[in-house]
Design a protein around this ligand. Structure first.
Ligand SMILES: Nc1ncnc2c1ncn2[C@@H]1O[C@H](COP(=O)(O)OP(=O)(O)OP(=O)(O)O)[C@@H](O)[C@H]1O
Ligand SMILES: [Mg+2]
Length: 459
């Protein structure tokens, strides 16, 4: 893997500006990497054929051979070699596309050295841990894709969320973001980071549920050489990599008791002890956490530590389910249609009245993510310019109550959730007519009105 086994990871830098090559060479060398530079895309291709770099860092726009060609040449040679693309605002679109096509990351010019170094370190570590890190990699790509939209919505419930996020952003407080799956927890976490005083630093995150305990701890805290089989050298953890930035602990409810004890320590003392080390290292990271579980419930079950919960829950942001803010559905739908169209270089499709109606009345157990997926599918299925109800998943227009239960993402929905879904379904089959819906449900219209107000979506 390394041409110079004594040096650090081999980084191939491809750019058509000699000045950038020079400064990156010096920077990388000083930081313990072994830099190789290629002046322009053609030289880049030659070097890729000749060397086996650990990471490739390439400009996206270069005359004759561009970054995307570099990307595909690297991927052809070894799909596990991370490629980081450097992009200017003008080429952001192609960078996003490149991430979809397997680029590890893109970094926007001008960037700060520490930002680049953090990404490079992650990328090299990533390569060594490539098998276990498949999950993490997907996660990072997904983040890249999902982080590009501003939080869309105008409902009262959503505006309250944004306002709270904006208020807590400039503080150093730990924030716990709770909400059902797909409600936008990560979107809000990024929003908090972007509005914070740490926005120049990195936003790093880990899905605590995606890695086995042993790996999770070494990812979070780092490890020292020899602490376990395969630990060939010291490695910094994500807490340290997110220095001066924000670290987002996603799916915090999935952590084991042992990891929870260690996290508690991090929060209390603001320091980490790498796996196998005896000395603690101070950290300078803002912490955000998210979960779709009811942590109070988990505490009662003995699955989550109360003291950790209090430390995390300094500020709580609760994200409403999409069905509780149905008035945001048209806006979100438009935003997704525009996003998909721009990714394909097309004109956004529109929604027919019946399609919009179906979208607004469906209870969306998978929330915003499910809505986004439904529209992505609709765009593919719809040959024309206008998406119709027939291009939407059948369950949106289906009338079978059994399906209503099966659709739930939770294996055992609460009675309340079923009631809510059933009411929405009847309301939809009655074309939104509340008087007729109340009749079918066998309840008083005022009772229906109250229930709908409680759900928040319709009122
Ligand atoms: N307000 C919003 N504006 C634009 N896009 C949104 C909004 N909320 C969510 N999304 C999109 O919906 C998808 C799901 O959001 P996100 O990943 O933040 O949800 P989550 O609550 O973290 O879900 P999970 O619990 O499954 O991890 C993403 O693609 C995200 O971009
Ligand atoms: Mg999430």
């Amino acid at each position: 893997m390394s041409q110079t086994p004594t040096g650090g990871p081999n980084v191939l830098v491809v750019d058509d500006e000699a000045g950038i090559l020079d400064s990156l060479r010096i920077l990388l060398k000083n930081e313990g990497f072994t830099p190789h530079v290629a002046h322009g895309g053609r030289q880049g291709l030659e070097q890729i054929a000749a060397l086996t770099p650990d990471v490739v860092l390439s400009d996206i726009r270069m005359p004759s051979v561009g970054g995307l060609e570099i990307l595909s040449a690297v991927k052809q040679k070894d799909p596990d070699t991370p490629v980081i693309l450097m992009t200017a605002q003008a080429t952001l679109q192609s960078a996003m596309q490149a991430v979809n096509e397997g680029a590890y990351y893109y970094i926007q010019k001008p960037f700060r050295n520490d930002e680049l170094l953090a990404i490079l370190r992650r990328a090299t570590e990533h390569r060594t841990l490539r098998v276990e890190n498949k999950v993490l990699k997907q996660e990072i790509r997904r983040q890249q894709r999902s982080g590009l939209l501003r939080p869309v919505g105008k409902s009262r419930a959503w505006m309250d969320v944004l306002k709270l996020a904006e208020t807590v952003a400039p503080t150093e407080s730990t924030v716990l973001i709770q909400g059902e799956s797909g409600t936008g927890k990560e979107v809000i976490a990024r929003y908090v980071h972007e509005l914070s005083l740490r926005s120049e630093g990195a936003f790093l995150s880990i899905n605590c549920g995606a890695l086995p305990e042993s790996l999770l701890e070494s990812e979070l805290f780092g490890h020292v050489k020899g602490s376990f089989t395969g630990a060939h050298k010291d490695k910094g953890g994500l807490f340290s990599a997110a220095a001066k930035g924000t670290f987002f602990l996603d799916e915090i409810g999935e952590t084991t008791a042992a990891t929870q004890v260690k996290l508690l320590r991090v929060l209390q003392h603001r320091e980490v002890i790498p796996v196998g080390a005896t000395e603690a290292q101070p950290i300078d990271t803002r912490l955000l956490a998210a979960t779709n579980r009811d942590l109070e419930d988990e505490i009662r079950r003995g699955a989550f530590r109360r003291d950790l919960y209090y430390r995390l829950n300094v500020i709580a942001i609760h994200l409403p389910a999409l069905r509780e803010r149905a008035e945001d559905i048209p806006l979100l739908a438009d935003a997704f249609l525009i996003k998909q169209a721009s990714a394909r270089g097309e004109v956004p499709k529109t929604l027919s009245e019946s399609a919009l109606d179906a979208l607004v009345h469906y209870p969306w157990p998978g929330n915003v993510r499910e809505l986004e997926n439904a529209l992505e599918r609709a765009v593919i299925l719809c040959p024309g310019e206008e998406i119709d109800a027939s291009h939407l998943p059948e369950k949106l227009t289906s009338r079978s109550p059994d399906r209503l239960v099966e659709q739930r993402e939770t294996p055992n929905p609460t009675l309340d959730a079923i009631e809510r879904a059933y009411i929405m379904w009847i309301l939809q089959s009655e074309g939104g007519n509340k008087t007729r819906a109340a009749e079918t449900l066998g309840i008083d219209p005022s009772t229906l009105h109250r229930k709908l107000q409680r759900f928040g979506g319709e009122g």
